[in-house]
Write a protein that binds this ligand. Structure first.
Ligand SMILES: NC(=O)C1=CN([C@@H]2O[C@H](COP(=O)(O)OP(=O)(O)OC[C@H]3O[C@@H](n4cnc5c(N)ncnc54)[C@H](OP(=O)(O)O)[C@@H]3O)[C@@H](O)[C@H]2O)[C@@H](O)CC1
Ligand SMILES: Nc1ncnc2c1ncn2[C@@H]1O[C@H](COP(=O)(O)OP(=O)(O)O)[C@@H](O)[C@H]1O
Length: 355
């Protein structure tokens, strides 16, 4: 830990007093939690390119995003991913969205998402990090996207970030089982729900628990056998609650899905399957505008694609996103900031964290 910071564990939530301006102290329903990681610790994670870097060694980000209804989400996530340092950003989107995404930024490599073959992707190679972000601009009403998602959860080996409409498609017994199988195989997954998406994920986990219980009562063995026994009593109780506190919800979802969970909101909680959690409270209500979550997914995805561990990628990505929002609001007012501005102000956020 860097100088000026102190940390201790209280109920699994990492409490830190950082040297940066902490502004707010969040009082969770069950815990008092202070600010997240300090600038010095975050700055050490910044993926500056090596002198001999090339676009492939810097990190390959595959973004499966942008249904015909929401091409903008793919544009925002992809531009944010490039700005956050990915060396090669490839967008797999709906055929009807391709022209929009190509026209938005010529540096993006744009393909039809029928060409997305996650199980056939080359195995990750040392020195050539890669990651996938799936779900920004997924139309959850388009159930045909379920197979695209499930195939990716099952077949994609490298780190996987699931966001937006894909979270609704994951929120059921099959999604939970496949996510847990990924975790058991040592494959990293990161979920980035807002409050509504987190509630859906909790419902999906409850559905899986009920299915597992019913199978046990019938005496049948199934893929979810023993699920209830592998979840902590606190986790099960949280999933059963109508409106749990966000810190405990993030932890219960991380445990259930075997994934790092960044539960977004005015304060963001980043929880890991091992029960640890940290808080990111640098944000501003200027961020409460459509598309800012897509930008965040692209930023974190790019950090994963540059080899950061999911917890570090989430902590750094959320902090950079929040700092970009604050710098943008200082220049443009908290009324005028839009999602695109976060991409423009990301360099200032990087400088703020390094200074
Ligand atoms: N430019 C583009 O192309 C854009 C495309 N986008 C894409 O659109 C897709 C759908 O995503 P979405 O977030 O708009 O809708 P959805 O998942 O139905 O969630 C909304 C429901 O959840 C609830 N809710 C509860 N807490 C909440 C919270 N903290 N924050 C927000 N909502 C919260 C809320 O309940 P309410 O507050 O109304 O009671 C409401 O009923 C997705 O793929 C995304 O990537 C967007 O990113 C925008 C820019
Ligand atoms: N009042 C607020 N204060 C601070 N940050 C906020 C606030 N409201 C939203 N945010 C941040 O803005 C982003 C919104 O993400 P999300 O709801 O997924 O948006 P979208 O789906 O439109 O892209 C998250 O990073 C969230 O933490």
């Amino acid at each position: 830990m860097s100088g000026g910071e102190s940390a201790n564990d209280t109920g699994g939530v990492k409490e830190m007093e950082a040297t940066h301006d902490t502004r707010t102290t969040e009082k969770g329903h069950d815990l008092d939690v202070a600010a997240g990681r300090g600038n010095a610790e975050l700055a050490r994670l910044l993926p500056h390119p090596a002198a001999d870097a090339n676009k492939y060694t810097r990190g390959h980000l595959s973004l499966v995003a942008g249904s015909a209804a929401y091409p903008g989400a793919a544009c925002l996530a992809a531009a944010a991913g490039e700005r956050a340092g990915a060396g090669y950003t490839e967008v797999f989107c709906a055929g009807k969205s391709m022209i929009t995404v190509r026209g938005w930024r010529p540096s993006l490599v744009v393909r039809d998402w029928r060409a997305w073959k996650p199980a056939k992707a080359p195995a990750p190679r040392p020195g050539h990090p890669t990651a996938c972000v799936i779900g920004c601009g997924f139309d959850a009403a388009e159930t045909s996207l379920t197979s695209l998602l499930m195939e990716t959860v099952r077949g994609w080996e490298a780190p996987l970030l699931i966001d937006g409409g894909a979270l609704a498609l994951l929120a059921n017994a099959t999604g939970l089982r496949l996510a847990r199988e990924r975790a058991a195989a040592g494959r990293a997954t990161l979920l980035t729900p807002h409050g509504g998406e987190a509630a859906r994920l909790a419902r999906g986990a409850r559905e899986a628990l009920e299915e597992a219980k019913a199978a046990a009562a019938r005496g049948t063995r199934g893929p979810l056998e023993g699920l209830a026994d592998t979840l902590s009593a606190a986790g099960r109780a949280t999933l059963a609650e109508a409106s749990p506190a966000p810190a405990t919800l993030a932890r219960a979802l991380a445990e259930a899905y075997g994934a790092v969970v960044a539960l977004k909101g005015p304060v963001t909680f980043i929880a890991s399957p091992d029960g640890t959690a940290e808080i990111m409270n640098r944000g501003t209500s200027a961020l409460a505008k459509a598309g800012t979550g897509d930008v965040l997914a692209g930023m974190i995805g790019a950090l994963l694609a540059q080899g950061l561990d999911p917890r570090d990628a989430a902590a750094l990505g959320c902090a950079l996103h929040a700092e970009a929002g604050r710098t943008a609001a200082a220049a443009l007012t908290d009324i005028c900031v839009a999602a695109e501005d976060l991409i423009t102000y990301l360099p200032d956020a990087i400088r703020a964290i390094e200074s």
